[in-house]
Design a binder for this molecule. Structure first.
Ligand code: G1P
Length: 271
């Protein structure tokens, strides 16, 4: 059973400066909902109600967002604006939020390791909120949970990317594909076009088995001097314990200005 979802949310979001000077990048809104709101909804749709958020300095707006604002509730009660709070109230009423701070930026692997006290020894999901995923039917995490329930190993969401963009992603070396499920022999973080083992990139949705924490503790910093989750997953992949999943749906890279604008236009078109 996957009961918890970890949200690494300590990064600076420098591409969105100056907006992110005092606003967590996860709070940037696509229309009226902040990015992290979409991630939490995706986790809820997958039947997960325990959200573990790894924050950092200057990220208090995240905690406030998922808490009650008595003053606002008082002001808005009975007014025509009240329906605007419906979705966030639903989240507040049905989920538990826990938080821990990552003191220094040492990479995604380190952020996930910092979340260990909130997760414990059980398999868990990870959502990178700046990868916004949408699908008309089942959300991506719900799809991945089904794959996990069948195979009981770590699962990474993968998609094809242009060869000249492999340096932005963790890239897998696939051995065999069966429908949307890909067996993985190896993976590498941010390879160049020339060295990339394929054009299948990992995007920000993971289901991880808890032994990943010990692996993260045992490996050294990788690309950019950061502890990489891809390097920890590589150790599991060598033992045949990671599957890739070619999800159904669209993914927007909201960590880039271009992707953020695309997601905004897409959501506006749907609203
Ligand atoms: C992180 C991961 C990378 C993955 C990507 C997906 O990179 O390290 O393996 O492909 O997220 O968005 P980042 O975007 O933090 O550089």
């Amino acid at each position: 059973m996957i009961k918890k979802c970890l949200f690494p949310a300590a990064g600076y979001g420098t591409r969105f400066l100056p907006a992110t000077k005092s606003l967590p990048k996860e709070m940037l809104p696509i229309i009226t909902k902040p990015l992290i709101h979409y991630g939490v909804e995706e986790a809820m749709e997958a039947g997960i109600h325990n959200m573990a958020i790894v924050t950092g300095r200057g990220k208090r707006a995240l905690e406030d967002y998922f808490d009650i604002s008595y003053e606002l509730e008082h002001q808005i009660k009975g007014s025509s604006k009240e329906p605007l709070l419906k979705e966030i109230r639903h989240i507040q009423n049905s989920c538990v939020f826990t938080y821990i701070r990552q003191k220094e930026m040492r990479g995604l692997g380190d952020a996930i390791l910092k979340g260990e006290p909130l997760i414990g020894q059980e398999p868990f999901a990870v959502i990178l909120a700046d990868d916004l995923c949408v699908n008309d039917n089942e959300g991506v995490l719900k799809q991945m949970k089904k794959v996990y329930n069948k195979h009981q190993c770590s699962i990474v969401a993968v998609m094809e990317v242009p060869r000249n963009e492999t340096h932005k992603y963790g890239i897998i070396n696939p051995i065999k594909q069966n429908g949307g499920i890909v067996q993985i022999a190896d993976m590498v973080e941010k390879p160049s076009n020339e060295t990339a083992p394929s054009d299948l990139a990992i995007i920000g949705r993971y289901i991880l088995t808890p032994d990943i924490f010990d692996i993260l503790r045992s490996i050294k910093a990788g690309v950019n001097g950061e502890l990489q989750i891809t390097d920890a997953l590589k150790a599991q992949a060598k033992e045949g314990r990671v599957l890739g999943y070619k999800f159904e749906g669209i993914r927007f890279d909201c960590g880039s200005i271009e992707g953020f604008v695309e997601a905004t236009n897409y959501m506006y078109g749907k609203s």
